[in-house]
Structures are given as structure tokens and as C-alpha cells.
Design a protein around this ligand. Structure first.
Ligand code: AMP
Length: 212
């Protein structure tokens, strides 16, 4: 299975990709996660990416393409992958198409995760990661037990640097301007599947699996 998860920041791409990865044993390939790793390593490239990401802007297409083509070349991606946060521009979608054509492994589908604007804001501003387990949580939507499980074990609930209101506003604008055209891109290629991505994680996951 080779799929792209499309959707605004906060639509639940990462959460659903992780569930699908655990369930179907195919890797989640998240350009955001890979870029954050580069930033954490503090390389010169990481430093450049850091300021772009903190402002909520997009890292140049050729940079993410390089990261993606290296990643899709790895042995664990040969039987499929879930792309999360890539492509984000028409150029990236064209590059991906070319790359997969060369590999002889075209995409199966692009799943659009559809979520109302108000819910996106709550998901983004409330999002936290447990410093111990890496588990994604949300101060508005996770149960108190889930939140306590992390903190009682000595973990901290960490907020992403770009999950503040100012940056979130820009990320949503960038999404509308650069990424939303990909809905038409994949519809024209008959690859688009839209799911209602509101509701609990399990409810959305059920719809996702059904759609695939
Ligand atoms: P994400 O974790 O997918 O929300 O990505 C976090 C940030 O990483 C984005 O706001 C961008 O600055 C950068 N980023 C991630 N994926 C891409 C991409 N495909 N193209 C350009 N920038 C990206």
C-alpha cells in the first residue's frame, strides 16, 4: 500500500499514519518528523530549516524531495509507505509522481482528511507529546488518565515550537495557498479519497481503513 495522507495541519495525519503503521506494518514517512530530527541534530542545514519551520513556512521543494527520495529507497519502504506531510506543493506532487514512476511503484491513493476549521485550531493548540514515550496527546481531547499516565511516570507534556497561535495561523494560510490545490491534482488522477476526519481517533481510523 502506497498512500499519501492529505489534510490541513491538525487534521490528524500523523496520528492516523502511526496507527496504520502499527496495524499494517508499513512505515510512516513524515517529512515534518525528519526535518525536526535534522533541527535537533543542530547541523547547518537543521539551523536553516529551524527558522523556516518556526515561522510556519515551507522548506524548499528540492530539500524535501532529497529527504523523501533517500527515505523511499530504504529497505523498509519497498512494500509500501504512508506519506504524512508530503507532498505539500504541486511541484512536490509532480516530483513524487516522477520518482514513483521511475521506481515502477505508483501511488495507490491520496486520502484527504477533512476537518472543520474550529476543530483544527483546538487540535493544534492542544497538541502535546509525552517526552517519555513520544505518544501524541491533546489537552482538550485526551482523557485525564492518558495525560496522567505520562506525567505520573515522570514525563513532560511537550508542545511543538510551531504550535503557537501566530504560527498556526500562518501554517493554515500556507496550507490553503500551497497544499489545497493538491486535492484537485489527485482528483484529476482519480486517486483522491475523502474521509470525514472529525470524531475520535478510533472512529476516524475505522473510516480510513474502510476507504483504503
Ligand atoms: P508537519 O509536522 O508536517 O506539520 O511539518 C512541520 C513543518 O515542517 C512545516 O510547517 C514546514 O515548515 C516543514 N515541512 C514539513 N513537510 C514539508 C514539506 N513537504 N514541504 C515543505 N516543508 C515541509
Amino acid at each position: 500500500m502506497r498512500i499519501v495522507l492529505l489534510g490541513a495541519p491538525g487534521s490528524g495525519k500523523g496520528t492516523q499514519a502511526k496507527k496504520l503503521m502499527a496495524d499494517k506494518n508499513i512505515p510512516q514517512v513524515s517529512t515534518g518528523d525528519m526535518l525536526r530530527e535534522a533541527v535537533a541534530e543542530g547541523t547547518r542545514f537543521g539551523l536553516k530549516a529551524k527558522s523556516i519551520m518556526e515561522a510556519g513556512n515551507l522548506v524548499p521543494d528540492e530539500v524535501v524531495l532529497g529527504i523523501i527520495s533517500e527515505r523511499l529507497d530504504q529497505p523498509d519502504a519497498q512494500d509500501g509507505f504512508i506519506l504524512d506531510g508530503f507532498p505539500r506543493t504541486t511541484q512536490q506532487a509532480l516530483d513524487l509522481e516522477e520518482l514513483l514512476d521511475q521506481m515502477g511503484t505508483p501511488l495507490n491513493s491520496a486520502v484527504l482528511m477533512d476537518v472543520d476549521f474550529d476543530i483544527l485550531m483546538k487540535r493544534l493548540t492542544g497538541r502535546r507529546t509525552c517526552s517519555l514515550t513520544g505518544k501524541l496527546l491533546n489537552v482538550y481531547f485526551s482523557s485525564q488518565e492518558e495525560l496522567d499516565e505520562c506525567t505520573d511516570a515522570g514525563g513532560e507534556l511537550i508542545q511543538r515550537e510551531d504550535d503557537n497561535e501566530e504560527t498556526i495561523g500562518n501554517r493554515l494560510d500556507v496550507y490553503r495557498e500551497n497544499t489545497e490545490p493538491l486535492i484537485e491534482f489527485y482528483r484529476k488522477r482519480d486517486k483522491l479519497v475523502t474521509i470525514n476526519a472529525e470524531g475520535s481517533i478510533d472512529e476516524v481510523y475505522e473510516r480510513l481503513v474502510e476507504a483504503l
